[in-house]
Design a protein around this ligand. Structure first.
Ligand code: TXA
Ligand code: MG
Length: 340
């Protein structure tokens, strides 16, 4: 199959026909990768089980890992889910459209292919104008995981999507780099208190202003272990090189790099602005951004891991951000990527 790259300009009038072309592919049961404010998604008509099955095949994703359904209005959230409380409404008002996914009991029209046999569905309303237009023109909710092969770093550019999925999907809508660069926050509203299943673009602290207490799942889970929620396996988002995390100080970074260079032939560094690295031709450097500027570091995290991997380093050294605010999402993704 030939994968079409539909390049958008950001001009609504120019872009509309291309997004309509992509919507026609979705309606016909095809697969289209598209930008959201977090990462690129791999979309199919959520109400067409055959189309949704193709997502799992293209991604090589195990059937037990359910998908997020993307909609463009609050009404659609209510249409496909049930048992809402006042909290649902407050979360929608505060954070949507935006990088928040709610897990709620599903209604019948959402098939078990989407939810991997569960009676809950993960649903979100992206804020990216291209994602919103695609859902609107498709006239159907769009099921979409991140548009990478299973277990790989999420794609933040159309090039990343094509690297993983060229020839296996009908089209990719190319709108350049996605603004946030890490995935949505997932909160399960079927538990009391609600459970944070994945830290992401909306910080836990912001959720707590509405939800009060939020339960956090602790510990890491091995593949095949009974997971409290799907998609929590310890190893995920991983580049091909071995990832070493270090304490977030320039001294620890320098020391870990020296040590790693003594054990691996080619080493990559996710370097914060102004931090020093050993003078060494076997070192490949990705200029990550200013430490503490979590928005920029999130935007460039998967970009950096993929860029270093492309330079065929055997190991990557990266300082580990703290578990607070938006940095919590970076901490989570890096810990999973570093797990053997
Ligand atoms: O930002 C995002 O959320 C991106 C963009 C494309 O929207 N999507 C994304 O999807 O990250 P994915 O499939 O890579 O991760 C979704 C995760 C799954 O791994 C699974 O853990 C969780 O959402 N999930 C989906 N349905 C669920 C359910 N019913 N109960 C619990 N977790 C669920
Ligand atoms: Mg994913």
């Amino acid at each position: 199959m030939l994968t079409q790259r539909l390049v958008l300009t950001g001009d609504e009038t120019d872009d509309a026909p291309l997004i309509q072309q992509a919507a026609a592919i979705i309606r016909a049961g095809g697969l289209v990768a598209f930008p959201t404010e977090t990462v690129y998604g791999l979309g199919a008509d959520a109400l067409n089980s055959e189309a949704v099955r193709r997502i799992f095949l293209a991604k090589e994703r195990p059937a037990w890992d359910p998908l997020i359904v993307h909609v463009d209005t609050p009404e659609a959230i209510y249409r496909y889910t049930r048992d809402h409380s006042v909290l649902t409404e407050q979360l929608i008002r505060a954070f949507m459209p935006g990088p928040l996914t709610l897990v709620l009991p599903k209604r019948e029209m959402i098939s078990e292919v989407v939810t991997a046999g569960r009676d809950t569905v993960a649903i979100r309303m992206p804020s990216h104008p291209v994602a919103r237009a695609l859902i609107h023109y498709s006239g159907t909710p769009i099921a979409a995981p991140s548009a990478n092969k299973f277990g790989r770093p999420s794609p933040t550019t159309a090039d990343h999507v094509l690297h993983d999925l060229n020839g296996e999907i009908e089209a990719v809508l190319d709108a350049g780099q996605t603004p946030m660069g890490v995935e949505s926050t997932i909160v399960d509203l079927t538990t009391h208190p609600p459970t944070l299943l994945r830290p992401g673009g909306v910080p836990k602290e912001a959720l707590e202003t509405i939800l009060g207490e939020v339960r956090v799942l602790v510990g890491q889970y091995e593949e095949g272990e009974a997971l409290p929620a799907p998609g929590l396996s310890a190893r995920h988002y991983a580049p091909q090189a071995k990832l070493f995390l270090c304490a977030p100080t320039p001294e620890a970074f320098y020391g870990t790099l020296k040590d790693t260079l003594s054990r691996y032939a080619f080493v990559g560094a996710m370097r914060p602005e102004g931090w020093h690295t050993p003078p060494e031709p076997r070192l490949r450097i990705f200029e990550w951004g200013a430490w503490g500027d979590w928005a920029t570091l999130a935007n460039r995290l998967f970009l950096g891991l993929r860029a270093l991997e492309k330079q065929q380093v055997h190991a990557i050294v990266c300082p580990l951000p703290p578990e607070e605010g938006l940095a919590r999402a970076l901490h989570d993704r890096l810990q999973r990527a570093a797990h053997d």
